[in-house]
Ligand binder design. Structure first.
Ligand SMILES: [Mg+2]
Length: 176
C-alpha cells in the first residue's frame, strides 16, 4: 500500500503571491517587495484602502489559470506520484471562479495526475492523509499523526512548530 500524500496548490505548487503582485502592479503601478511582504499576508502589507483587492483578484475568472508553477514542482510531483498516492488538496470553493481555472491548470502542467487526484474543497479538516505539504499550518491542526511539511512562504516565516520545506528540491530530498 502506498502512503497517501496531500499537496496544497496555492503557495505550495503555484506561486500565487507572484500572481497577486502582477495583478496589483497592473492596477496600482508597483509591486510589493519581499521586505514588505515578510511575515505578512499580502492584504496586510498593502495600504489600508487596498486590503480588499486580493479577495477581488482571487475571485476573478482567469486569475488562477496562468499562475507560475514553482521551480521543479512538475518534475518532483511526477516522481512523488510513482511512490505515493497523491491528492492535490485546495480549499478552493471560497472562490467559485477558481474551480475551472485550477482544474485546467493542473491538467496542463501536471498531465500525469488524473481528475480523481484533485480535491477542490472548502474545509480541509476531512483530509487524513499520511503526509501533507501545505504553506498553512492551520491545515495541519486536525491531522491525526500525519507527517507534515510546512512549505515556506512570506506569511509563515515566523512559524517554528513544523518541519519546513523551502522549495521542491527539498521536498525531493525528504520524500523521494
Ligand atoms: Mg496554500
Amino acid at each position: 500500500m502506498m502512503l497517501t500524500l496531500a499537496i496544497d496548490m496555492d503557495e505550495t505548487m503555484a506561486d500565487t503571491t507572484r500572481q497577486i503582485n502582477k495583478w496589483y502592479e497592473r492596477e496600482f503601478g508597483h509591486t510589493l517587495t519581499e521586505e514588505q511582504l515578510h511575515g505578512k499576508e499580502f492584504r496586510q502589507a498593502v495600504p489600508p484602502g487596498h486590503s480588499g483587492v486580493v479577495h477581488k483578484y482571487l475571485n476573478t475568472p482567469g486569475f488562477f489559470r496562468d499562475i507560475e508553477v514553482y521551480p521543479d514542482a512538475i518534475e518532483v510531483v511526477r516522481e512523488l506520484n510513482k511512490k505515493y498516492q497523491i491528492f492535490v488538496v485546495s480549499a478552493a470553493t471560497e472562490f467559485p471562479n477558481s474551480l475551472k481555472d485550477k482544474i485546467e491548470w493542473l491538467d496542463e502542467l501536471f498531465p500525469y495526475l488524473n481528475w480523481k487526484q484533485y480535491c477542490l474543497c472548502g474545509d480541509k479538516s476531512l483530509v487524513q492523509t499520511d503526509l501533507m505539504i501545505d504553506d498553512r499550518s492551520r491545515n495541519f491542526i486536525h491531522l491525526k499523526g500525519s507527517k507534515t511539511y510546512l512549505y515556506s512562504a512570506h506569511h509563515n516565516v515566523a512559524e517554528t512548530a513544523y518541519e519546513r520545506v523551502n522549495d521542491w528540491k527539498e521536498v525531493a530530498q525528504k520524500l523521494l
